[in-house]
Ligand binder design. Structure first.
Ligand SMILES: [Zn+2]
Length: 436
């Protein structure tokens, strides 16, 4: 692996516009000492200059690896990873809405003012997403906006699907020998995995290594086109041997292989919404889409990085075949709810139960250290101990008196930010081997 770069210092112009980050720490301390710059944020370390400089910026590309629990974001500038982060999305949205609905339903039986019915004038507009997904899309866009606030972004790359259906429609690509290029191999494998639903075409087994298999064997004149390929487990592949699928007793497999996969069937509504929101916010010319097979090829074949959301984001941000120096700093961002949205303080509310913002000087979501453990404040009591929870899992670590807490970071802009010294969160890998 290439040499790991230390964490850069992010620099803003006096106007607040981001400039290129710097590794010249001596210069940064000099500016701060002389009062030529001020600290804006400690994590990630960002300074704002108090003097104008000649603006120079190189293209900064940001890659976004979407997910349902966590999102990876990485920015590449000048052949180096300038920023990498894993963003924990909120997973409590649907349960919170369920809770609200239950509150509202119990209110029906209490003696309260008349509330006009609302369900009859609600309509789902085209492009509607469930609230849980909407929260995930909005948080992902927010994570990109956060990078754009510290780095001068030129391009945003998002992975929309695992393979390019458009490309599969062109026979000149499809007809090429699939072992010709390594990248084409990755492409074909992702296509076949989607087409055969990640299962053995013959016995239907899933969750085990699958092999790419010729329906009409090559020894009997079968081609390498996608229409002659299926996935099989090792057992089925061996048992089939030199027979065609029909001879093996599966004529329907032969028929199914000829039917091309429908265009766009594998692109989720979440990714469509994400691309359209990013386009609206950053402009069409700055948002580009990539496919999972390119990411996989880049991460495994070129960069040789283990699977994680942040590493996938680095692979997405890279130009094809580009080698980059990874960064030593990985930021953990976690979306936190911002408040109570004045649920109980309305003109007509008979009870006011909104909790105070600060209890004994402490707010929710502050990153704290207590008894040698790092966590965040997940619960406060007016009298008694506070609940400290784990940064990545959200499980209760310990209950401790507020006087024993040491503040490490405050939540800012709806994020709980911590830089993680430990390994990134691993994600499950699934795929097929390339043995034909
Ligand atoms: Zn099988």
């Amino acid at each position: 692996m290439a040499n790991v770069m230390p964490q850069p210092v992010y620099v803003l112009a006096p106007s607040g516009k981001p400039l290129m980050p710097t590794h010249r720490r001596n210069k940064v301390w000099y500016w701060l000492r002389k009062g030529l710059a001020e600290v804006v944020c400690r994590d990630p370390f960002t300074i704002r200059l108090r003097f104008e400089t000649k603006r120079y910026s190189q293209p900064v590309t940001v890659g976004v690896d979407t997910g349902s629990q966590a999102v990876g974001v990485a920015a590449i500038a000048d052949g180096q990873v300038a920023y990498q982060a894993e963003v924990q999305l909120r997973t409590d949205v649907s349960s919170r809405l369920m809770q609200r609905r239950q509150y509202r339903r119990t209110r029906r039986s209490r003696k309260t003012r008349y509330r006009a019915r609302r369900f009859v004038n609600r309509r789902r507009l085209p492009g509607w997403l469930p609230p849980s997904l909407r929260s995930k899309v909005a948080s992902t866009v927010k994570a990109v906006r956060f990078v754009a606030s510290i780095l001068p972004l030129c391009q945003i790359k998002v992975e929309v699907g695992s393979f390019d259906t458009q490309k599969m429609q062109h026979p000149e690509i499809q007809g090429r020998h699939y072992q010709q290029g390594q990248l084409e191999g990755y492409h074909l494998r992702e296509y076949l995995l989607a087409k055969w639903q990640r299962r053995c075409a013959y016995c239907g087994a899933s969750g085990l290594p699958l092999q790419i298999e010729h329906i009409v064997p090559k020894s009997r004149g079968g081609s390498d086109r996608a229409t002659n390929l299926a996935l099989a487990c090792e057992g089925c592949n061996g048992r089939k041997g030199n027979r065609t699928a029909t001879e093996f007793g599966y004529p329907q497999i032969q028929a199914q292989a000829r039917v091309p996969l429908k265009d766009g069937a594998h692109v989720s509504s979440l990714k469509t919404a994400l691309v359209s929101q990013l386009t609206r916010e950053f402009g069409t010319d700055r948002v580009a889409i990539t496919y999972g097979y390119e990411t996989k090829y880049q991460r495994i074949g070129v960069l040789d990085l283990p699977k994680s959301h942040a590493n996938d984001a680095i692979a997405i941000a890279c130009e094809r075949g580009q080698r980059v120096n990874p960064s030593s700093a990985l930021y953990q961002l976690r979306c936190v709810p911002r408040g109570n949205y004045q649920l109980f303080n309305g003109k007509h509310s008979e009870h006011r139960v909104s909790a105070p913002k600060k209890v004994r000087g402490w707010k929710l979501w502050e990153v704290v250290e207590a008894k040698g453990q790092l966590g965040y404040i997940g619960g406060r009591r007016l009298k008694g101990s506070f609940v400290v929870k784990d940064l990545s899992t959200g499980k209760t670590l310990l209950e401790v008196a507020p006087s024993k807490l040491l503040r490490r970071a405050r939540p800012s802009h709806g994020w709980m930010i911590s830089s993680a010294p430990d390994a990134p969160i691993p994600t499950k890998e699934s795929g097929a081997s390339s043995h034909p």
